[in-house]
Design a protein around this ligand. Structure first.
Ligand SMILES: Cc1cc2nc3c(=O)[nH]c(=O)nc-3n(C[C@H](O)[C@H](O)[C@H](O)COP(=O)(O)OP(=O)(O)OC[C@H]3O[C@@H](n4cnc5c(N)ncnc54)[C@H](O)[C@@H]3O)c2cc1C
Length: 372
């Protein structure tokens, strides 16, 4: 099999046989054995945030086939519930389950491809909502010790599209001279979410979404209505994956919104959109404060603005005939218009990053996990 068949961007060379683990014991045994042999490990979900090179990758390729969701506790006095999902559970199936049970807190994350495990490691987010706001605990295999541990949301050290788990992908594995990646030191086995019993959504924080819903910013709206609108916006912007539509063949946002010092942000053009950086590790769910505290001295910038201002229009290609293009509907995504290779994707990504750096002195990080 090729990685092109295992990833939503549809690029990448040959893949080793895919092992579908049907139990936690099988998953843990396969990973700890591969680690003991010094073999690489790639726990793959839906391949929706992965870019694999043309030479492919070799090692243990494993998927958690379990799709179990259970409501474990209901806090009548506090008006909430804890819901648990195994790592292989399809993310959007899980979001639908919470809405069907009148549990609010994940509605803005409707329609995102992938699994609960990958979402937990990368602090999945959209429209001002991040899973860091609802995660209670993550049960995970620590590949360093071979032991299973339960990490609280504080232990996860969630950041912007990251956590202690996501950050470990690129960090060095002791005594090997190699990094942990393509899968990090921790393999998520199961995540528990603390949810609010409510049919109304969290406050709407995006003007464009508020406009579509016909409400003021900060309003709460029936959560299922929010889901419907978000699915519609995603369809319009190519962010709802569809095997028939090349505009959706992407790895989601390829470029992260850069976080820079206030000093650098102050020197950049006034009309460049700026956002506060929030410290999710300090967010106490259920507190009167609906958002995590702001990080002083740092500002998040709009990568989309920087890319367009550097001269790249939606649909931009390095040359006619290249299969890789910036999405025509959402400039942060690189799409495979058919026949793109990983090299085409890389070339486009590097040209965009370098031009933004030359014009504005800001380096855009690539969001997906890149293999090798
Ligand atoms: C059309 C489209 C829209 C998207 N929109 C958004 C969006 O709005 N917001 C957003 O945040 N992302 C978005 N994404 C990116 C992507 O959907 C998420 O990053 C998703 O969580 C990836 O899940 P996956 O199962 O496909 O992970 P994969 O791509 O299979 O893997 C990604 C990484 O996660 C690791 N991983 C997988 N399972 C586990 C596990 N159990 N434990 C530890 N590590 C694991 C892998 O080893 C790899 O390092 C979008 C992608 C696409 C294609």
């Amino acid at each position: 099999m090729e990685f092109a068949e295992l990833t939503t961007l549809r690029v990448g060379g040959s893949a080793p046989p895919l092992l579908e683990a049907k139990s936690e014991a099988e998953l843990v045994e396969a990973i700890t054995s591969a680690d003991a042999r010094g073999e690489g490990v790639l726990v793959i979900g839906h391949g929706s945030h992965l870019v694999v090179g043309e030479l492919g990758w070799d090692g243990l390729l494993i998927r958690d086939a379990r799709q179990d969701i259970s409501e474990v506790d209901s806090f009548v006095a506090c008006g909430g519930s804890t819901v648990r999902a195994t790592a292989g559970t399809d993310w959007d199936t899980f979001v639908r389950f919470t809405l069907d049970n009148d549990l609010a807190g994940l509605e803005m994350l409707s329609g995102i491809p992938g699994t609960v495990g990958a979402a937990s490691a990368q602090n999945l987010g959209a429209y001002g909502q991040e899973i860091a706001q609802t995660v209670a605990q993550v049960r995970a295999l620590d590949r360093q010790s071979g032991l299973i541990r339960t990490l609280s949301r504080f232990d996860m050290h969630f950041g912007y599209r990251s956590s202690v788990m996501r950050r470990s992908v690129g960090s060095e594995r002791p005594e090997t001279g190699k990094t942990w990646g393509p899968t990090g030191r921790w393999v998520v086995l199961e995540t528990s979410f603390q949810m609010r019993s409510a049919s109304l959504s969290e406050p709407i924080r995006y003007q464009s979404l508020a406009d579509r819903l016909g409400v003021e910013l900060g309003a709460r709206v029936p959560a299922r209505e929010v889901r419907e609108q978000i699915l519609e916006v995603r369809r319009e912007t190519g962010m709802l994956w569809d095997p028939e539509d090349h505009e959706t063949w992407s790895a989601g946002s390829f470029f992260r919104n850069p976080i820079v010092s206030d000093e650098l942000a102050g020197k950049l053009p006034h009309d460049l959109p700026r956002f506060p950086v929030r410290n999710q590790a300090m967010f106490v769910s259920g507190s009167v404060h609906k958002q995590a505290p702001q990080v002083e001295g740092k500002t998040k910038l709009s990568a989309a603005w920087l890319i367009e201002a550097a001269g790249f229009h939606p649909g931009f290609k390095v040359r006619d005939g290249s299969g890789a293009a910036l999405s025509g509907r959402y400039v942060l995504a690189i799409t495979n218009q058919g026949g793109a290779t990983a090299a085409d994707v890389q070339e486009l990504a590097v040209i965009v990053r370098d031009e933004v750096r030359t014009r504005f002195g800001v380096t855009l990080d690539f969001a997906p996990v890149i293999v090798p």
